[in-house]
Design a binder for this molecule. Sequence first.
Ligand code: MG
Length: 381
Amino acid sequence: MLADYAVRVEQSRGRRHPERPHAYRNDFQRDRDRVIHSRAFRRLEAKTQVFTRRYSDHFRNRLTHTIEVAQIARTLAGQLGLNVDLVEALALVHDVGHPPFGHAGEKALNAAVREYGFCFDHNLHALRIVEDFELRYAAFRGLNLTFEVREGIIKHSRDYSSNDYPELVEYMLDSQPPLEAQLIDLADELAYTTADLDDGYEARLLTLEQIRSGVPGFDDLYREAEKSYPAAIEKLLFNEALKRVLDSWAGDLIGNTQTQISVARISSLSGVRACDHRLVSLGASVEDDRRKAKEFLYQNLYYSAALASEKSDAEQIIGDLFSLYVDDPTNLPTSYQQKAKQEPIARVVCDYIAGMTDNYIFEQYEKHGGKKPEMVLRPSP
Ligand code: MG
């Protein structure tokens, strides 16, 4: 049952290139399937989320992170009466614009293109992928996604002003995105915060004691789990506590969003769009907990000495390859050399590097004389 403020597929603003309806899949289901069948989606498997493959194969990569976001987002959307098909398409596409090497890669790419007067933005890059780079259909370039999915790609995690981004004007930058898109940003936050605690603990970069004292609410839930399962080993108690953290945050998000919707007297999609703030949110105290947990991860994991060498390797590889291609575009594949005739070379090189997986960029780096960095030391088991 869709709530009256949900997006209805039959009211979609449609595709750039009109297509005949499918016999048994609606337009948002088709968009979800197009994303899953895209090359950019498959590449997520070989892109770093936080831990590179050099660490372990069982930590999250961008693909498994994406699947977790989709799972959480679908649950939240179902409870809020939102359009689950649209939410699923948005969750699955939300990270396709990320370059190799996670946030270190994004930072390095941004630093490289800044010298040429523009910046790298993964949402804008994702839009270019689905609008232009994916070549699957004879009738058009890109995936020809519905307006609502393209709008969600741009607007789910931040606002863009029409002054700075006149090319995005069709996405109604002055109005809020539908709740289906607003939901993705928080589903992403809940997914990676809990997952990174899990992987960080498993990698022994975070200790149980650190997490119990640094992540608000965790200690109480850990004690609760100890009471329920006095004989359980530490890792399973950790899992129980972490699962309860995620569950309590998700429950709070559902309840608080329902409250926000009723306080603002929202009863239609146009009401959502016209509202002066985003309605999908955690309550103040859980939001505070989430922020503290995120700060904890920044201090103890993302900026930790253990991951520092990986990050500096990433920055060096991206920086070196970027200069190599810009200085001598004949090193680029022919299709990109063709593109460089119509677009600034820095833009073309940026697109090429952003599309690479971690594996592929290592290969390219070695091919052009770079030395692949040594394996990082694994933490002792
Ligand atoms: Mg994400």
